[in-house]
Ligand binder design. Structure first.
Ligand SMILES: Cc1cc2nc3c(=O)[nH]c(=O)nc-3n(C[C@H](O)[C@H](O)[C@H](O)COP(=O)(O)OP(=O)(O)OC[C@H]3O[C@@H](n4cnc5c(N)ncnc54)[C@H](O)[C@@H]3O)c2cc1C
Length: 400
């Protein structure tokens, strides 16, 4: 990425180009489906507007982070079309770009950018979520391949993905953070079994993924052997930034919009208490947008995503908690229940039910608070009982 400054005319010309594309292709819809998102992204790639800051030689547009900012700002005026790619583009793409070999970038980046392939992240396991370094899925070397056995869980869009970025234990003789490596996994490889997890809202976004003697070519190791924890940490930071700064192109208040509509349909928009609550959410979301813009601006200035990304991630969850309470006050049980014979859940119910996941996905609130305490505020770290102990000697909650 060459970050030469754009003149005002160049910036305006690029904004016009972005808006012209968006006017033609970003069509309003209740929720962007995956086929619609892929089609949109394919057109974006054809127009030279996909993967804006990624190198041209790997299928990106080779433009600057200022172009990226202009794009985000223009896209914020249109319906979101590519939310389905938050993991594929927000996490897997920057990881491959930062840690992939030249060969891996040649093989995978262009297809990822144009959404000809979709990617998922496989970190969490039944006994390894917050403490993901306790993972027990193992990869053992056999000639030119690794043999993978174990299980992942909560893998968002595994069933729609062509590839996944996975961490596995490669040396149980080492301490738990040391003997981990990162791999690219072909989701259609023999021995990969994907089972859906059915959600309360009727959706099916994530899965359990089982591995039985799955063969991974040695060329699919990402970064150094047994150094996967460093990359895993980088990916988690990309994740927090991707979640915490979603919609950072402009100041926006999506939950306020949902509550305002609910207050109108309940005939309570003139109620001074409700008005007060609406403004509370409005102010919180405005603040979150501004923090997200600051995070993006720091990245634009060349700063790698750091623990500060946890602030935006946590604040999103704090807003969700308050949103649910206000939704309940405005609409009562109707804020989360609907008559299934009378159609699907509306925006209010979907947002209320979906909001619970914001306290868990991408690291729980407690974990974000720990990170902010340790690494932003410099408070003493939690006591670690397993430092220096080889992984094979640890007593884990769910030893397999
Ligand atoms: C919508 C959604 C999508 C997801 N998508 C993916 C995905 O694509 N890929 C993937 O790998 N994972 C995914 N996850 C999994 C997610 O990362 C984990 O659920 C999360 O990290 C928490 O792990 P856990 O569920 O095992 O809970 P646990 O780690 O068992 O935590 C249980 C409780 O204990 C608390 N706790 C644990 N440790 C501490 C501590 N040290 N201090 C204080 N409190 C603590 C937690 O805060 C929590 O309240 C997804 C989860 C959700 C909800």
């Amino acid at each position: 990425m060459t970050d030469t400054k754009l003149s005002a005319e160049q910036g305006e010309a690029f904004a016009v180009r972005c808006r012209a594309f968006l006017t033609e292709h970003a069509k309003p819809g209740r929720r962007s489906s995956i086929p619609a998102a892929k089609e949109f992204q394919g057109k974006l790639a054809d127009a030279g507007l996909a993967g804006l800051t990624f190198p041209k030689q790997y299928g990106g547009a080779g433009l600057t982070s200022e172009h990226e900012r202009i794009w985000r700002s223009a896209a914020a005026e249109f319906p979101p079309m590519t939310s389905a790619f938050i993991i594929s583009h927000g996490m897997c793409l920057p990881m491959l770009n930062e840690f992939g070999t030249d060969d891996q970038k040649q093989r995978f980046l262009a297809d990822n950018i144009a959404a000809r392939t979709m990617w998922c992240q496989m970190f969490s396991e039944p006994g390894a979520g917050s403490d993901v370094a306790s993972l027990q899925t193992k990869a053992e070397r056999d000639g030119d391949e690794w043999i993978l056995n174990g299980q992942k869980v909560w893998t968002t869009l595994a069933h729609e993905s062509d590839y996944g970025i996975l961490i596995a234990r490669t040396d149980p003789e080492q301490t738990k953070h040391a003997g981990i490596s990162m791999f690219i996994l072909d989701m259609r490889a023999p021995g990969v079994e994907i089972r859906p997890i059915h959600q309360i809202d009727g959706g099916r976004h994530f899965n359990e993924v089982f591995f039985t003697d799955v063969r991974i070519p040695v060329d699919n190791l990402v970064g150094e052997y047994n150094n996967g924890w460093r990359q895993a940490t980088a990916m988690l930071m990309y994740e927090r930034v991707a979640i915490g700064s979603a919609g950072s192109g402009a100041v926006s208040q999506p939950m306020y919009d949902v509550l305002l509509a609910a207050a109108r349909s309940a005939g309570r928009v003139d109620d001074p208490v409700v008005r007060d609550q609406l403004m509370e959410i409005y102010s919180m979301e405005t603040t979150k947008s501004l923090v997200a813009m600051r995070t993006r601006a720091e990245m634009k200035a060349g700063k790698a995503p750091g623990p500060g990304g946890s602030l935006g991630k946590l604040y999103g969850s704090v807003i969700s908690w308050r949103f649910r309470e206000i939704a309940m006050e405005i609409a009562g049980a109707g804020s989360q229940a609907w008559d299934p014979t009378n159609g699907r859940a509306g925006d209010l119910q979907t947002t209320v039910i979906g909001s619970f996941s914001s306290s868990i996905a991408g690291g729980t609130d407690e974990i974000q608070r720990n990170i902010i305490g340790d690494r932003v505020l410099g408070l003493p770290r939690d006591i670690s009982v397993d430092s220096g102990v080889p992984f094979k000697d640890l007593k884990l909650a769910a030893t397999r």
